[in-house]
Design a protein around this ligand. Structure first.
Ligand code: AHR
Length: 507
């Protein structure tokens, strides 16, 4: 059996891993909002003011730090005024991006802010640049965040909400290079300056403005934004400044026409999926390197506000609803991403997996009566200890990690990251080898271990997944770890994810 030794210096804390790297995304798409979160006030399903109680309860297990809404592509055809005021009087619209279905605007601004309150998550609102106006976005900010007397504050009050909300995170459009307007980087960058100027800070609500960023390896887009917004990216809260630029990257196994099944995949497709997921490291490094040129002090954050697997939809479901199953392979895609996120914690300010419920790489799959936690959900749960912890570097000893050449990339068979907070260290380990166990020795320096606990997420097949009939086919279980003051030994099953929590002396 292969044994890999990893050295970790417990007394050399690196940058803080923002809890916002564990953010989420909910779009008006398929059954994410309607059916997933929102069932309406007359539903038989238990709910609080129309929001599903079982979904909220499950997500609260993840300490969701933020929720991005209303899109996605939907954001750039969403007009917020259609979603406020008495529900019976709200106009309808056609959701042209997703299934061409009629949207009745039952779930709007107040419902979203209520959902965030129920989840105890910060709202992240993406404004409409593609088909909206500067005035419309400025009014939405005022509606949400202004106390005192103003036209929008009065409108909000007339809809039953006296106090303003606190909404920090504000996206200036979505995928403006594509569904958000098919713009060129140069055009969008100027437009973003204009929009950001009129998105004001009201009553101490200091906006964190996020410019719509690149698609995957479109480095020209990032360079153009940094060049054009750079003088506004001072982080000093000057009028119209930018705090961050975004990036979107999905893990697609085949091509966009034939992405491949979520649950039925060959060994080759398994490897391709993991190798492409590991490619996030290169993207974060390269986009970060461009940002470093214009912002060497790293005051502008990179926000990966859409990431995750994008497979073919489940057979028989609406192609426009992006409903896919979620296997142990998807869980490993998530764990590999998180290891990269932790390594880039000094630049990466936020990340939002797409999407929270019933869409793409979801945390939860629902039926009217049941909520199924996916394997990806369990990775988020097992990694909770990394929220706001200090990243620790992980060094392989005895040469490079064993690896495999896939799709033109070298994929290490072990992925790992670690952090420390409040006298506890958390080590995340993914054995990507589908055919063999792997023993990992942690060589711990600069601290003394007093206790160690292991948890493993594994199954007989990488295609294992949870269903209503078998909701715990893939679930975390406690595992024995051998530990001493300066080391830990754990054996990882094939294609598995594990965490080791260390209690350190002096804690
Ligand atoms: O998450 C699904 C879609 O993917 C989003 O609406 C869009 O931003 C991206 O292309």
């Amino acid at each position: 059996m292969r044994t890999t030794t990893l050295a970790i210096n417990l007394d050399l804390p690196g940058p803080t891993i923002s809890r916002h790297l564990y953010g989420h995304f909910a779009e008006h798409l398929g059954a994410c909002i309607y059916g997933g979160f929102w069932v309406g006030e007359d539903a038989d399903v238990p709910h609080t003011r129309g929001i599903r109680s079982d979904v909220v309860a499950a997500l609260r297990e993840l300490d969701v730090p933020n929720l991005r809404w209303p899109g996605g592509c939907f954001a750039d055809e969403y007009h917020w005024r259609d979603g406020v005021g008495p529900r019976a009087g709200r106009p309808t619209m056609v959701n042209t991006h997703w299934g061409d279905v009629v949207e009745d605007n039952a779930f709007g601004t107040h419902e979203f802010l209520d959902l965030c309150a129920q989840l105890d998550a910060e709202p992240y609102i993406c404004g409409n640049v593609g088909s909206g106006t500067v005035q419309e976005m400025a009014d939405w900010v005022e509606y949400l965040t202004r106390g005192g007397t103003s036209p929008m504050a009065e409108l909000r009050r007339s809809h039953g909400r006296e106090e303003p909300w606190r909404v920090r995170f504000w996206g200036i459009g979505n995928e403006s290079w594509g569904c958000g307007g098919n713009m060129r980087a140069e055009y969008y960058a100027d437009l973003a300056r204009q929009y950001a100027t009129y998105c004001r800070n009201h009553d101490g609500n200091v906006l964190y403005r996020i410019a719509g960023g690149a698609n995957s390896d479109d480095y020209h887009w990032t360079e153009t934004l940094m060049k054009t917004l750079g003088d506004l990216g001072c982080g000093c809260n000057a009028r119209g400044h930018f705090d961050a630029i975004s990036l979107h990257h999905y893990t697609v196994v085949g091509d966009w026409q034939h992405k491949g099944s979520a649950t039925e995949f060959s060994a080759e497709e398994y490897w391709t999926c993991l190798a492409r997921a590991a490619g996030i490291e290169d993207l974060l490094r390269r986009h970060g390197a461009i940002m470093d040129v214009y912002d060497p002090d790293r005051r502008i954050g990179l926000v990966l506000d859409e990431w995750g697997t994008w497979h073919d939809v489940e057979p028989g479901t609406n192609p426009g609803f992006l409903y896919q199953q979620n296997t142990l392979r998807d869980a490993l895609v998530a764990s590999v991403h998180f290891d990269s996120f932790h390594r880039h914690a000094d630049r990466l300010a936020m990340a939002n997996i797409a999407q929270t419920v019933n869409v793409l790489q979801a945390m939860l799959l629902t039926t009217p009566d049941a909520v199924v936690r996916t394997p990806t959900f369990h990775v988020f749960a097992m990694n909770r200890g990394h929220h706001d912890a200090a990243a620790l570097a992980v060094h392989p000893l005895g040469g490079p990690l064993a690896s495999r050449e896939v799709d033109g990339r070298t994929l290490p068979l072990l992925s790992a990251s670690a952090s420390v907070k409040d006298g506890r260290a958390l080590v995340s380990l993914s054995n990507l080898d589908p055919d063999a166990e792997q023993t990992v020795e942690l060589d711990l320096r600069g601290g003394s271990v007093q206790a160690a606990e292991g948890t493993v997420l594994a199954a007989a097949s990488a295609a294992a997944h949870n269903t209503v009939d078998d909701p715990d086919a893939v679930r975390p279980v406690a595992v024995d770890v051998d530990w001493r003051e300066d080391g830990v030994r754990i054996t990882l099953p094939p294609h598995s994810f594990a965490t080791v929590t260390l209690t350190l002396a002096g804690s």
